[in-house]
Design a protein around this ligand. Structure first.
Ligand code: TRP
Length: 342
């Protein structure tokens, strides 16, 4: 589990700004999400940003034919969000499928981008390459525009993204700019990327931590499962533990994971482990992870046991998101002179 960069506080000028972010409900969130984005969202919330968080259920079927256990995964995402500190009274947490007006924005937005622009989008190309489908669907091809609708329906000014998502955000900016050029200045603000230099956690096999690669430690895993997953992590035969991200990525990743959990420097943990070897290091990491996550997991278990509460959170979020989306769609129809608007 390698972490290549360290956490930094984002710029503190986010108070009052609207932020949109989200996840596809394809399975439980893991430590990579937690250190990569979830902590950052909670920090933004604390700094006074207004968060919109989309459970991107319609986007599950971009790269697979059928969405598996959608309700379970969607409710699981909400449990992960709340357990890690999102406040449903302040953040609007909603599912795509519950906000029709958001989805309707896709139609005018599709008219603003060319097939050539979509074809050369590197993120789309990459996702097509990793798709589980035998043929690329029209939805996969156009989903950056759907993502633009996610961002623009609530006129979010800031979108926390990793480097790989920048081409998507560029499409959202293009859509906003062209809509304004064609139909009226100032309707859509161009969203800005909030680039996080949050750590990229590698999985237990040394490749990117990912639900689908089976190399992730889920937030909701129990302590024994966590121990088992960390014990199986790839390291090396050198008994002396040193922090050397380039030369010993497996060991360095474990050190960084413990460091993130304990708020300490990885070098210090390396020194304490000394000649104990990978086994001792893994015990330290397991303990650090389990200890750090214990209150989060306890809270998550309570939340997961109360499905009606999770559904309430989504329902309330959908009400708020619908009010915002209906207003934006009405504005769009007036700007375009649609018959339905008179
Ligand atoms: N596509 C993102 C993912 O797969 C989730 C997502 C949907 C998103 N809409 C978004 C992220 C808008 C940022 C902004 O993780």
């Amino acid at each position: 589990m390698t972490t290549t960069t360290r956490h930094h506080e984002p710029a503190a000028d986010v108070a009052g700004r609207r932020v949109l972010t989200g996840d596809r409900p394809t399975g439980p969130l893991h430590l990579g999400h937690y250190f990569g984005t979830l902590q950052n969202r909670v920090r933004l919330q604390r700094q006074g940003a207004e968060l919109f968080v989309v459970v991107a259920d319609y986007q599950v079927i971009t790269d697979r034919d059928v969405a598996d256990r959608l309700t379970e995964h969607s409710e699981g995402l909400v449990a992960d969000y709340l357990a890690t500190g999102l406040d449903p009274d302040r953040a609007t947490i909603f599912a795509h499928s519950a906000v029709p007006a958001l989805n309707q924005l896709l139609l005018p937005f599709l008219s603003l981008v060319s097939v050539a622009e979509l074809s050369r989008n590197p993120t789309v190309k990459d996702e097509i390459a990793h798709s589980r489908q035998s043929a690329v669907s029209g939805l996969m091809f156009t989903y950056p525009v759907h993502q633009a609708a996610d961002i623009l329906f609530c006129k979010a000014g800031l979108v926390p993204v990793g480097q790989d998502q920048l081409p998507h955000l560029e499409i959202a900016r293009t859509v906003a700019r062209r809509f304004n050029e064609r139909y009226g200045e100032g309707i859509f603000p161009a969203p800005e990327a909030l680039l996080s230099d949050a750590p990229l956690l590698l999985g237990t096999d040394g490749t990117k931590m990912s639900k689908s690669r089976g190399n992730a430690v889920p937030l909701a895993a129990d302590e024994d499962e966590t121990a088992r997953l960390i014990r199986a992590a790839r390291t090396d035969a050198d008994r002396r533990i040193t922090y050397d991200p380039a030369g010993r990525p497996g060991v360095a990743g474990l050190l960084l994971l413990a460091a993130l959990c304990q708020g300490r420097a990885p070098e210090q943990i390396a020194e304490e482990t000394g000649d104990g070897g990978a086994a001792a290091l893994k015990r330290t990491v397991t303990e650090a992870v389990n200890e750090h996550l214990r209150p989060i997991r306890a809270r998550r278990a309570e939340l997961a046991a109360d499905r009606s509460y999770l559904r309430d959170v989504l329902r309330t979020g959908a009400e708020r998101a619908n009010a915002v989306a209906d207003a934006t769609l009405a504005e769009v129809r007036v700007a375009m002179g649609s018959v339905g608007s008179v």
